[in-house]
Design a protein around this ligand. Structure first.
Ligand code: COA
Ligand code: MG
Length: 293
C-alpha cells in the first residue's frame, strides 16, 4: 500500500452492461472503474457514455473510489467521453493506451481548463500501462506525479493489451512488470496488477494475487464479482503481519527504546525501518476496517 487509501480490489464494470452497472455499487470493492473503452463495443459507445455518466453523477459513493475509463483522446470518442466524464465528477479518470508522459500532461491541461467540479478535491488521473512505449517510458510517466499540478495518482497494468501488442505471454512479462513497480514506488504512486481472465478458476486466481502482492503491487484489477473476496484478503495485511506489527510498535515505543535503532524479537533483528513499516501496516488495517464497518 502506498497511498493512504486501500486499493486492494478495483473492478471494471462495462458501461454497456446494465445488470453489472446496477450490481456494482453494492459490491465490497475498494474502487470501481466504469468502463467506456475496451469492454464496450463500438455500436454501444454512445449509450454506454450516457449510462455511465448518469450513474456516476447520481451515485452515493461512500468511501469507495469511483472512476471512469474514457477512450483515449486520439480516438473518435475520447474528447466527448472526457467532457461527459468531467461533468459527472468521478474521483478518478482512467486514461488508457498511454504512450508518453505528454498524454498525461495533455489530459491534465484539459481537466484544468474544465475546472475541478468539487472544490478542494482534485480529480485524479490513473494511467494504464499497456503499450510497449509506456513500459519503455515508465520513468518519465511516473515522474510527472511530482510536477506542479500533476494529478497522476496510480498506474494500472493492462496486461491483456501488452500481450496483444508484443506477443509476449503473461508468464514472461515479469521483468516489465517489476520495472513498473519499481518506478511507481520511487515516486510513491500506487500500482495495480492486471486482470486475470479465467474468473471461474478461484485457485489459480488466489495464486496470481499472491504473486502480484509479492511483486509489490498494491492491489488487483478485477473483471468479475467472484474475484473480489480473494483480492481483498490477499492485498490486506494478514493476521500474522498484524500481530507482528503490534509487537514491533510496542517494542520501539517502550520506555528507554526511543534512542535505539536496532532491537531484537525472538532472535530476529528489527530495525527502526521495521517500526515505520509496522506503523504503516496498522494504519492500512485501520483504513480497511473503517471501510468494512
Ligand atoms: N461488474 C459488476 N457486476 C458483474 C460484473 C462486473 N464486472 N461481471 C459480472 N457481474 C454480475 C452479473 O451481472 C451477475 O449479476 P446479476 O445476476 O445480478 O446480474 C453476476 O455478477 C454473475 O455474473 P455471471 O453471470 O457469472 O457473469 P456474466 O456472464 O454476466 O459476465 C463477463 C461475465 C466476463 C462478461 C463480465 O464479468 C464482464 O464483462 N466483466 C468485465 C470485463 C471488462 O470490463 N473488461 C475490460 C477490462 S479488462
Ligand atoms: Mg486495455
Amino acid at each position: 500500500m502506498n497511498g493512504p487509501k486501500p486499493l486492494r480490489s478495483i473492478l471494471y464494470v462495462p458501461g454497456d452492461n446494465e445488470r453489472a452497472m446496477n450490481k456494482a455499487p453494492g459490491l465490497p470493492v475498494d474502487a470501481i472503474i466504469y468502463d467506456l473503452e475496451d469492454a464496450v463495443a463500438p455500436a454501444s459507445k454512445l449509450s454506454a457514455r450516457a449510462r455511465v455518466c448518469n450513474a456516476v453523477a447520481g451515485i452515493d459513493r461512500g468511501q469507495r473510489v469511483t472512476a471512469i475509463r474514457i477512450n483515449d483522446l486520439a480516438s473518435n470518442e475520447g474528447a466527448d467521453d472526457l467532457q461527459a466524464a468531467l461533468a459527472a465528477a468521478p474521483d478518478v479518470l482512467v486514461l488508457p493506451k498511454v504512450q508518453t508522459v505528454q498524454d498525461i500532461e495533455q489530459l491534465g491541461v484539459r481537466i484544468k481548463a474544465f475546472g475541478d467540479a468539487k472544490p478542494g478535491r482534485e480529480l485524479e488521473i490513473w494511467a494504464m500501462i499497456e503499450t510497449p512505449k509506456a513500459v519503455l517510458n515508465i520513468k518519465e510517466i511516473v515522474q510527472c506525479s511530482h510536477t506542479t499540478g500533476a494529478r497522476l495518482g496510480a498506474v494500472l497494468m493492462g496486461t491483456n493489451d501488452l500481450a496483444r501488442a508484443t506477443g509476449v505471454t503473461l508468464d514472461m512479462m515479469s521483468p516489465w512488470l517489476m520495472d513498473c513497480v519499481l518506478a511507481a514506488k520511487a515516486y510513491g504512486l500506487a500500482i495495480i496488477d492486471g486482470v486475470y481472465n479465467n474468473y471461474s478458476d478461484q485457485k489459480a486466481f488466489v495464486a496470481v494475487c499472491e504473486q502480484g502482492r509479492d511483486m509489490g503491487f498494491d492491489g488487483k484489477t478485477l473483471i468479475h464479482p467472484s474475484q473480489i473476496a480473494s483480492a481483498n484478503r490477499v492485498f490486506a495485511p494478514s493476521k500474522e503481519q498484524l500481530q507482528e506489527a503490534l509487537e514491533v510498535v510496542a517494542l520501539f515505543e517502550r520506555e528507554g527504546h526511543e534512542k535505539l535503532n536496532v532491537l531484537e524479537i525472538d532472535g530476529r533483528m528489527v530495525e527502526r525501518l521495521h517500526y515505520l513499516m509496522a506503523q504503516k501496516t496498522l494504519k492500512t488495517a485501520d483504513l480497511i476496517k473503517e471501510r468494512t464497518e
